[in-house]
Every structure is written in C-alpha cells, then in structure tokens.
Design a protein around this ligand. Structure first.
Ligand code: MRU
Length: 337
C-alpha cells in the first residue's frame, strides 16, 4: 500500500518524506508554515498537485495566529518553487477563501478548505484515470517519466492514475519507468509505488528510452505535467521533451495527464513558463554516495517544455483534449467579461 502523501493529526501536518524513499517510510512533523515551505523546497514533498495541497495546509496552520500570519505564510510558500502552477492556484484559493471568512473560526474553516483541496484532487485523478484508461489497448506496455503517481498528488495519481484505472477496467498494463536523473523520482518513487500496488514495472535509465522504442512493443508514453500553457505546451520533469520527440519519431502516442489546476490558460505558450534551476549538487551526487569534483559548472534545469504539437492528447478530469489545444483550453476556461 502506498502511504498518503500527507495527513493532518493533533494540530500538526505530517508529510511523507520522499527524499528517503524507497529505503524508509518516514513522516516529517510540520508545526509551522516555514516547516512546510522547507519540505517543498527540499523535495520532501514534490509533484505539482502535492505541493499545492501541502502549501494550502501551511496557510491553514499559520492562520491559528491570525489573518496576517496566514497571509505572510502564503507569501513565504509562493516563493518555494516557480514552475508548477498548482502551487499558485492553491495559494490563491486559500487567500480568496480567507477573504470571505470572518475572524471567528478562521483556522477551522481554512483547515477544512485545505482538506477540500486534497479531496478534490483525488476525485479529479479518478475522473482523469477513467477518461485516460479508454485510450489504452486491452493489453499494453507504456513508458512513464518522473513520478506522477499517488506520491505526487492527493492520491491515485495523474499519469499513474490512468495506469491504475486501466487495470481497474480489466486492462493488462506493463510499465517501463525512466529513472529520471538527477533526483531519480522514477527509480526511487514510481518503481516503488507501482511495485507496492503489484504492477509489472521495469526500470530503465533515461538514455535507454530510444532503444526501447526502436525495439518495438511500446504502445504509449504517459506523463504528468507541472504547467500547461494556453496553447498546450507542457512543462514537466526534465527529460520529458526528448521522450516526446522520440515518441513522435517512432509513431507512439504521447499522452499528458493533468488536472485543470495544472493549466495556466492565460500563458500564451511554453516560452513564458518559468523553469526552476536547482543546485549543482543534485547532478554531481554519485550513486555510491560520493560527489563529482567541485571545479566546473553544472546546468540543472528541473523541467523542460514539450511543444503542444508533440502531444497526442491531454487527459483531464473534464475529458480528453486533442490538438489544437488553444481552442480546447479556451473552451474549458471561458473569459469573464
Ligand atoms: O521536481 P518534482 O519531483 O516536483 O517534479 C514532478 C514532476 O515533474 C511531475 O511529473 C509533475 O509534477 C506531475 S505530478 C502529478
């Protein structure tokens, strides 16, 4: 069984520490919004929907000290990671809810709101899973990248949610998981999560995907997303874009599974998506625990952008979007006059 990504108990937020998975299942005890912010920055909690959910609980926690403390917490949390739009969406939802609430019962109401963000995400993932499962053949083999599973969301997962739902619908799905350098979300988290649920999963290094596709037998690539621009360009974990190019070359469908909270309809294209650059240490750390030498430069972007025209379909809780994505996304987010 995959443990919950976080839970609230005895006035504390417990966050599953994904840095130590799969070696240990440990929860961080967060008592302040700053604890939550550090957990997001250090990837103890990661994945676009999950960081939004954690941040919402961080704001609720701070509201015990009043409205100003909650707004300060939101300002701290908004600076933790720049790419996944779910973080900003969740903080805006908490701030808007707060604006409509009296001081009396502020904390209890904001805690309930954070709980609703968590529950809504799980429900979206199940709907997305059902929609996406229909795209897969009865027996199939798919490639996924990074971790877009229960560990990255309120449960069930986005890309892995499609795989779970396909199995629930009676399909036989085998999975190849890219290791996902440099932080190894694929090797450490996706493989573990799928094994926990009894899936047939095979680990590959990122640079093996091309040979695997050429060999034949891959029916689809399914990934999650951190931000989808108004034209369908999609930011996801670094290494997603080359997979999409490879999939196009080999005639394999490339699917993105993401809730509407990952879509940023006002952003014209992927060029405007801010891409987080992380520390060199992540790249220089060797599997045996050592470090590469310190005296040269490392480029470590955490995400890349896949052009919308390389994406066969975007699977959402409102159904499957097909290109051209501009009109499909505009229809889901009608402009208010
Ligand atoms: O740096 P991470 O681990 O937060 O990156 C996560 C991803 O890129 C996921 O694929 C994405 O957030 C989708 S999660 C449902």
């Amino acid at each position: 069984m995959v443990p919950p990504v976080l839970y609230w108990k005895n006035n504390r937020l417990y966050i599953l520490d994904q840095r130590v998975l799969p070696g240990a299942v440990m929860f961080l005890e967060c008592t302040t919004a700053d604890d939550v912010a550090v957990a997001i920055e250090t990837l103890a909690v990661r994945g676009a929907p999950a960081i939004g959910i954690a941040a919402a609980f961080g704001v609720a926690m701070a509201s015990r000290d009043g409205r100003t403390a909650a707004l300060d917490a939101s300002m701290r949390l908004v600076r933790t990671r720049p790419t996944a739009v779910n973080l900003f969406w969740a903080l805006r939802r908490m701030e808007e809810t707060m604006a409509s609430l009296p001081d009396d019962g502020l904390f209890e109401n904001l805690l309930a709101e954070a709980g609703m963000i968590l529950a809504d995400d799980l429900e979206c993932n199940r709907a997305m899973g059902r929609a996406g499962a229909e795209l897969l053949p009865p027996a199939c083999t798919v490639i996924t990248h990074c971790n877009a599973g229960a560990l990255a969301t309120g449960g069930h997962g986005t890309a892995l949610g499609v795989i779970r739902s396909a199995r629930e619908a009676g399909k036989d799905v085998k999975v190849f998981s890219c290791e996902t350098r440099p932080v190894l979300q694929g090797a450490r988290l996706t493989v573990w999560e799928l094994l926990e649920d009894g899936f047939d999963v095979t680990l590959i290094c990122d640079n093996m995907a091309g040979s695997l596709m050429k060999k034949g037998g891959i029916d689809a690539v399914i990934v999650g997303a951190d931000r989808i621009a108004g034209n369908g360009d999609t930011a996801n974990k670094i290494g997603t874009y080359p997979l999409a190019v490879l999939a196009r070359h080999h005639g394999i469908p490339f699917y993105v599974a993401a809730p509407l909270t990952t879509i940023d309809p006002g952003l014209p294209s992927g060029r405007e998506i801010p891409i987080e650059e992380r520390k060199a240490e992540e790249v220089k750390r060797l599997p045996g625990g050592g470090m590469l030498p310190d005296d040269y430069t490392v480029w470590n972007p955490a995400f890349d952008v896949t052009d919308g025209d390389l994406i066969s379909a975007v699977i959402t809780e409102k159904g499957v979007l097909r290109p051209p994505y501009g009109p499909a996304i505009s229809a889901l987010f009608p402009k208010e006059d």
